[in-house]
Design a protein around this ligand. Structure first.
Ligand code: NAD
Ligand code: DAU
Length: 357
């Protein structure tokens, strides 16, 4: 079996569902159920005996030791993190705790467990650290996309905490020989995405007839990958990636934020027309994110060449599926829009000029 951390979050829950559908190997899913974790995401597995959910904190060393001793996983897929850049700007301490101290606790528990495995099991064991392209910083408009050899230049508290965790993972390989792999992925989108992030936020707000808050000029560029394609890349790296290596994952799909928002509006105009007029009328430029990275782009050449991985969705098909998923899952959307969610919108958008947040 494998141990997954953060498997009630956006990518984690997609990964667990995808893993059980494609590989079928049992999963122990450790998640603290912060505001971003949602057991509803795992509803299809309610009666699936291959899935064991454990509510707990990755900083809790005794809990991790116990889970490793009881379940004897052959791999750990580490996704648990604080993941939202704007929240890291408003309150960085949770990011330092979970992303750095939590990864440290997990590495130490993994090292103790791994060092006691028989030799052939030690060789096969993997600690797979799921990281981000944000550790590389911001690209100039005409610069080549990030390769695995790009210097680390993190600019937000979130990116800095993920960079620190990447360095810890690297050091545990070089110093202790723990068989780690790290993947650095670009922006994901798709079903089960918490509506604090750009794409689900815009869909949910457009459907509610609320302003669509685009930071600054909206010409910042992100490289978007459909979440199921990220899941298949993690599967490939876990199956055939080499210990000690890092792999960049991306969809070769650079888009400006304003184009994304317009695209969402056009899809909604087609799929759920609003009698009051085109959704693009709701687009509102608001104050920019402090330290906002201008452009991310991933060179996925290494994983394509060495492991033969390719994304299956184009942005056109992936975004259409995503919008359709949000239209078909109004209950999920209503469920995640709790009082805490509304408080977050007020905290993040009130000072930006979007007064109806
Ligand atoms: P998310 O915020 O949707 O989910 C994070 C999950 O981790 C939640 O279920 C939360 O409850 C859990 N968690 C948080 N703190 C925890 C703790 N201390 N102990 C146990 N569980 C805890 O995040 P996501 O977007 O699914 O991202 C998952 C991982 O992928 C993160 O490591 C993130 O850095 C990385 N990543 C995300 C993207 C993206 O576009 N979303 C891209 C590249 C990499
Ligand atoms: O690049 C990978 C990263 O992508 C992951 O590591 C992070 O966990 C994930 O959150 C994401 O970070 P971003 O900051 O790129 O994603 P976000 O959806 O927050 O923002 C995408 C872009 O949209 C960014 O340029 C900021 C802009 N934006 C975002 C919000 C929430 C807006 O213009 N308005 C908004 O309201």
């Amino acid at each position: 079996m494998i141990l997954v951390t953060g498997g009630a979050g956006f990518i984690g829950s997609n990964f667990v569902l995808d893993w059980l559908a494609h590989v079928g190997e049992p999963v122990v899913n450790l998640d603290a159920l912060t505001y971003a974790g949602n057991l509803r995401n795992l509803e299809p597995l309610r009666h699936d005996t291959r899935h064991t959910f454990v509510r707990g904190d990755i900083c809790d060393r005794m809990l991790i030791d116990r889970l490793l001793a009881d379940h004897r996983p052959r791999a750990i897929v580490h996704l648990a993190a604080e993941s939202h850049v704007d929240r890291s700007i408003q309150g960085p301490s949770a990011f330092i705790r979970t992303n750095i101290e939590g990864t440290f606790a997990l590495l130490e528990a993994a090292r103790a467990y791994w060092s006691r495995l028989p030799e052939h099991e030690q060789r096969l064991f993997r600690f797979h650290h799921v990281s981000t392209d944000e550790v590389y910083g911001s690209l100039d408009p005409d610069a080549s996309p990030f390769t695995e050899r790009h210097a680390y230049e993190p600019n937000s508290p979130y990116a800095a905490s993920k960079a620190a965790s990447d360095h810890l993972v690297r050091a545990w390989y070089h110093t202790y020989g723990l068989p780690v792999v790290t993947t650095n992925c670009s922006n994901n989108y798709g079903p089960l995405h918490f509506p604090e992030k750009l794409i689900p936020l815009m869909i949910v707000r457009a459907l509610a007839g609320k302003p669509l808050p685009v930071y600054g000029d909206g010409l910042q560029v992100r490289d978007w990958l459909y979440v199921k394609d990220h899941c298949s890349a993690i599967r490939e790296v876990l199956a055939r990636g080499s210990a000690g290596e890092t792999y960049n994952i991306g969809g070769r799909n650079e888009q400006t934020n304003i184009d994304i928002v317009r695209h969402i509006c056009a899809l909604l105009d087609e799929l759920r027309p609003d009698p009051s007029g085109p959704y693009a009328r709701l687009i509102t430029h608001v104050a920019d994110r402090p330290g906002h990275d201008r452009r991310y782009a991933i060179d996925a050449g290494k994983i394509e060449r060495e492991l033969g991985w390719r994304p299956t969705e184009t942005f056109e098909t992936g975004l259409r599926k995503t919008v359709q998923w949000y239209l078909a899952n109004a209950e999920w959307v209503a469920d995640v829009q709790s009082g805490a969610y509304r408080d977050w919108l007020a905290a993040n958008y009130a000072g930006r000029g979007d007064h109806t947040a």
